[in-house]
Design a binder for this molecule. Structure first.
Ligand code: GAF
Length: 398
C-alpha cells in the first residue's frame, strides 16, 4: 500500500546518501549520523500564520534525508573549519556540491539557492557547529506547497544537533530555521512549515497558535477517511514576491485599524474602517480574519468527529483563497472542482502558499481511487497523487 511505499522510499534515499557519502568522503570516518525531516500538508488555516492566527497542518511521509559525519582532520592532523555538502537532488540545479568555511557564512548569490538554506541554518544554529561532510536527498517535491524548504532546513538543523550533541527545544529549532529562511532565502515566511516539520506527530494533525506557539494534537487516524494530496505540477510563483506583498497588505490593514495583527481584528472592525482601506487590501484582510475563525471551527469539528463540517470549512477556505486572497490559479481550481464533484469527497482546497503546487482533499477511503481516476480524466495537466497519513516530525534515523 501507499504507506509502505513511503517507508521504502525513505530507506532507498537513506542508502543512496550513505553510499554516496562513502564514495565521496571516504570510508575511514567516525560514526555516520542519519536524520530526516518531513514535508507537510496544511489542512486549513492558510496565509494566517504571519497574522498570528491558527493553522492545522500535519507532517507527511515525504522526507529530506541527510547523512553525514564530522569533517576529518587535515594532513597535518589539524582540525579545519571546512564543511562539504553534496545534494543528490538533480532538481536543485547543477551546483550539487558545495564547500564552505565555518568562518565565512555569508549569504551566497541566488544561483546557488539551496546552498543558502544550508549555510543559513548553520549560521542560525543555537550552539557551536563542528566542521562536517554531508549528503542530502529529498522526495518532497520542490516548490509544490508541501514545504520542501522547511524540510531541508529542519533536516539540516536536526543533523547539526546530533553531530554536536547540542539539542534545541523543538520550538527554538523551528524559530531558528525560520530565521534562516528570512535572512538567507529572503522569504518572509510564517512559522507553520518549520514548526510542523519539527513537531509533527504520527496519526495527528497539529493545531498551532502562531502567536503563543502553543500547539494541540488532533487525532486523524480513522481508516475510513483519507487525506489525498494532489500535485498540480505547476508553479507560477515568481520568487515569493506575491507572498511578500500579501503579507504586507495584511500588516498594513492591521496598522490602519490600530491593532497588533489581523488576529485582533474582527469583521466588524474591518467594516467600520472600510473607507480607510483600499478594496484589494480589504479582501485580503477579510480572508485572513475569516480563515482564522474557520480554522478554530474546523478544529472543534475535528474534535467532535464532525468530518462533514470540517470538509465544508475546507471548501470555504479554498473559495476565500481564490476569490479574496487571490493566491489560487486555474490548475488548482480545476483540481478542487474535479475532487468536489467526485463521490465521497468531504472537502477540497489548495494547500500552502498557492500559485500552483498542491491541493488537499478529505475523502472517504472507499472513494480515493474514484477521485484519482476523475483527475486523470479531466485535469488538463499531469497530476501526481499522495495518500498521506500524519507522521512524526524530524528525527535521527540511525
Ligand atoms: C508558505 C509559508 F512558508 C508559510 O509560513 C505559510 O504562510 C504558507 O505559505 C501559507 O499558509 O508555506
Amino acid at each position: 500500500d501507499s504507506q509502505s511505499k513511503y517507508s521504502d522510499e525513505l530507506n532507498q534515499n537513506l542508502s543512496a546518501c550513505k553510499n554516496e557519502f562513502l564514495t565521496l568522503f571516504g570510508k575511514n570516518r567516525p560514526e555516520l549520523i542519519s536524520v530526516c525531516a518531513p514535508g507537510r500538508v496544511n489542512l486549513i488555516g492558510e496565509h494566517v500564520d504571519y497574522n498570528d492566527g491558527f493553522v492545522l497542518p500535519m507532517a507527511i511521509p515525504l522526507y529530506t534525508v541527510i547523512v553525514g559525519a564530522e569533517h576529518p582532520f587535515d594532513d597535518n592532523n589539524n582540525k579545519n573549519t571546512l564543511c562539504r555538502v553534496r545534494s543528490l537532488e538533480a532538481s536543485l540545479g547543477d551546483k550539487n556540491y558545495i564547500e564552505f568555511d565555518l568562518n565565512d557564512l555569508h549569504k551566497r548569490d541566488k544561483s546557488q539557492n539551496w546552498t543558502n538554506y544550508i549555510i543559513g541554518v548553520v549560521a542560525n544554529f543555537e550552539g557551536t557547529v563542528e566542521p562536517f561532510d554531508a549528503v542530502i536527498k529529498s522526495n518532497v517535491p520542490l516548490g509544490s506547497g508541501l514545504s520542501s524548504s522547511a524540510a531541508l532546513e529542519v533536516a539540516m538543523y536536526t543533523f547539526l544537533e546530533n553531530l554536536t550533541k547540542q539539542f534545541s527545544s523543538k520550538e527554538n529549532k523551528a524559530l531558528r530555521c525560520q530565521k534562516a529562511e528570512h535572512a538567507y532565502a529572503s522569504v518572509p515566511c510564517g512559522i507553520m512549515d518549520q514548526f510542523i516539520s519539527s513537531m509533527g506527530k504520527e496519526n495527528n494533525a497539529l493545531l498551532i497558535d502562531c502567536r503563543s506557539y502553543e500547539s494541540k494534537l488532533f487525532p486523524l487516524n480513522d481508516p475510513d477517511i483519507s487525506v489525498l494530496v494532489i500535485n498540480s505540477n505547476v508553479n507560477h510563483q515568481l520568487e515569493g514576491s506575491e507572498y511578500s506583498s500579501r503579507r504586507k497588505q495584511c500588516e498594513d490593514v492591521s496598522r490602519v485599524i490600530g491593532k497588533r495583527s489581523l488576529r485582533d481584528v474582527t469583521m466588524q472592525d474591518l467594516e467600520n474602517n472600510k473607507d480607510r482601506i483600499d478594496q484589494e487590501s480589504f479582501r485580503r484582510a477579510k480572508h485572513a480574519i475569516t480563515e482564522i475563525d474557520r480554522t478554530i471551527e474546523a478544529s472543534k469539528a475535528l474534535y467532535a468527529n464532525d468530518i462533514i463540517t470540517f470538509g465544508k470549512l475546507m471548501n470555504q477556505s479554498h473559495d476565500s483563497l481564490r476569490d479574496d486572497f487571490n493566491v489560487s490559479c486555474a490548475e488548482l481550481d480545476s483540481l478542487v472542482e474535479i475532487a468536489r464533484y467526485s463521490g465521497g469527497v468531504l472537502g477540497s482546497r489548495m494547500t500552502g502558499g498557492g500559485f500552483g503546487g498542491c491541493t488537499v482533499t478529505l475523502v472517504k477511503t472507499s472513494h480515493v481511487n474514484e477521485v484519482i481516476e476523475n483527475v486523470k480524466k479531466h485535469y488538463k495537466g499531469v497530476a501526481s497523487f499522495y495518500v498521506c497519513k500524519p507522521c512524526e516530525g524530524a528525527h535521527r534515523i540511525q
